[in-house]
Design a protein around this ligand. Structure first.
Ligand code: ARG
Length: 474
């Protein structure tokens, strides 16, 4: 086997060197090259090229033995790459040229036949789709793991209470499980959105050629089927220049990040001394270099911070596309770093949040239950109490507004009022008012479908569990 060092040096080796008089300026060669990042596509490139070669053999464009030699040569490159022996440099320009060149070194002139009936334009389109399809599957697995952790935590906290907020003002108390399951629902939509995007990622552009198709009697459906694509692009111009699927993916990735970032923001608040709802474990917190008392929530802060990168990639891809005339333009090379970084960021953040929620934080039930006993978040229930005793809701609402004002003036909570005081405010108040405004009852009573009532939360947990049991692909 020839070693990498024996590859003759670079710039005279460009496939188009016969057409050109001179060679690329070294700085421009660097500027032009994508090998530094598109090497991440190598396994997909090899698989895509193997399918193309098989198709060439199947259609008789190449002989069966030529096709076999190419497939075997590509497999050898895969092994070399996995063993760290294949590390093409900038002279290769991109992963596609690097592979083709190495193939020819390995199997001789037959290697030069691989590119029959295709172009790098449909080749790179194939590679990026195979990559993204694979990554979507992996992200869905990460999402499911995160959802499982949320469900486990929710199961343990059905009857743990937590203040619920609107406008970040205390509103109504909640079951902590209900709060956590809100994120289950968000991530379920994320999961389904990815399945939907995957359908449009999973189309083959292979055989679209440079832009117009090819003169060879290729069989695009054959190679598409070998690669597990669900269909083929119907228009060669569209096939080589479409990146809608990447934009859609980044949109779906951005929404995952929105959800993780909102949850992160909550954890950061909850871990503060002011809230005191969670304690961060040492596995998921850091200290300060100067303030010895600090324990910082770096994990959710980083997730919140990394969210902007993914939004940036979405914007970058949109702007990259908006002015492109048909068909392929080199601008499209810019899709890769955005896609790779978007994928890696989402995977990294999902993994970190899964660890944080599985083993990196502890809710403080005593603090949580106490918090809801010390506020006016049961005021709606006083109004509901009167309304259920025949007082029109708006009237009841106004009466309770006065009750709250009186309590605030006297430094009291609703539960501190005597029955006589209640009855001065409205004669329909009876001794059962105390039970009706106890936090546990306040939560339990919200038994409308999708509400925080404990029975509803148990049903929501059942629904969540059965979704988790469904096959990984929805
Ligand atoms: N490295 C290129 C890319 O990522 C491959 C396609 C090049 N095609 C071309 N016509 N120059 O887009």
């Amino acid at each position: 086997m020839e070693s990498q060092a024996s590859v003759p040096s670079p710039l005279s080796q460009q496939p188009w060197s016969q057409r050109f008089e001179g060679s690329l300026h070294p700085a421009i060669a660097l500027f032009n090259a994508s090998i530094g990042f598109d090497i991440a596509l190598i396994e997909y490139d090899l698989t895509g090229s193997q399918a193309h070669a098989q198709m060439l053999g199947h259609t008789g464009i190449l002989t069966a033995s030529e096709a076999e030699a190419i497939v075997a040569g590509l497999e050898q490159i895969r092994q070399e790459y996995r063993q760290g022996q294949f590390q093409p440099g900038v002279e290769a320009e991109d992963v596609h040229f690097a592979v083709e060149r190495r193939l020819t070194e390995l199997i001789g002139d037959t290697g030069k036949k691989l590119h029959t009936g295709r172009s790098r334009n449909d080749q790179v389109g194939t590679d990026i789709r195979l990559y993204l399809r694979d990554q979507i599957d992996q992200i869905q697995v990460h999402l499911r793991q995160f959802q499982r952790v949320l469900v486990t935590l929710a199961e343990a906290n059905i009857e743990t209470l937590i203040p619920g907020y609107t406008h970040l003002q205390r509103a109504q108390p909640l079951s902590l499980a209900h709060h956590l399951l809100a994120y289950f629902e968000m991530t379920q939509r994320d999961y389904e959105r990815l399945s939907d995007v995957r359908r449009r990622v999973n189309l083959s552009p292979l055989g679209c050629g440079a832009l117009a198709g090819t003169t060879f009697p290729i069989d695009r459906h054959y190679s598409a089927e070998l690669l597990g694509f669900e269909g083929v692009y119907g228009n060669s111009l569209d096939g080589v220049s479409d990146r809608d699927f990447a934009i859609e993916f980044m949109g779906a990735a951005s929404l995952i990040m929105v959800h993780l970032s909102r949850l992160s923001e909550e954890v950061i608040l909850w871990a503060s001394e002011e809230f005191g709802f969670v304690t961060l474990k040492d596995t998921c917190a850091t200290g300060s270099s100067i303030m010895p008392q600090k324990k910082n929530p770096d994990v959710p802060e980083l997730v919140r911070g990394k969210t902007g990168r993914v939004f940036g990639h979405l914007q970058g891809l949109l702007v990259m596309m908006k002015g492109l005339p048909l068909a392929y333009n080199k601008d499209l090379q810019e899709d890769k770093e955005a896609i790779f970084d978007g994928v890696n960021t989402v995977k990294g953040c999902l993994e970190a949040m899964t660890i944080l929620f599985e083993a990196g934080l502890e809710f403080r039930p005593v603090r949580l239950n106490a918090a809801v006993a010390e506020d006016f978040s049961n005021a709606t229930d006083v109004a509901d109490y009167l309304a259920s005793k025949g007082v029109p809701f708006r009237e009841a609402y106004n009466i309770v507004g006065q009750v709250v004002k009186t309590c605030l003036a006297q430094g009291k909570l609703l539960k501190d009022l005597t029955l006589e005081e209640w009855q001065v405010l409205h004669p329909n108040f009876e001794a059962d008012i105390y039970g009706a405004i106890a936090p546990r009852q306040v939560v339990s009573a919200r038994n409308s479908y999708g509400g925080t009532g404990f029975d509803q939360v148990r049903q929501a947990l059942d629904r969540a569990r059965s979704l988790l049991l469904s096959p990984e692909k929805s």
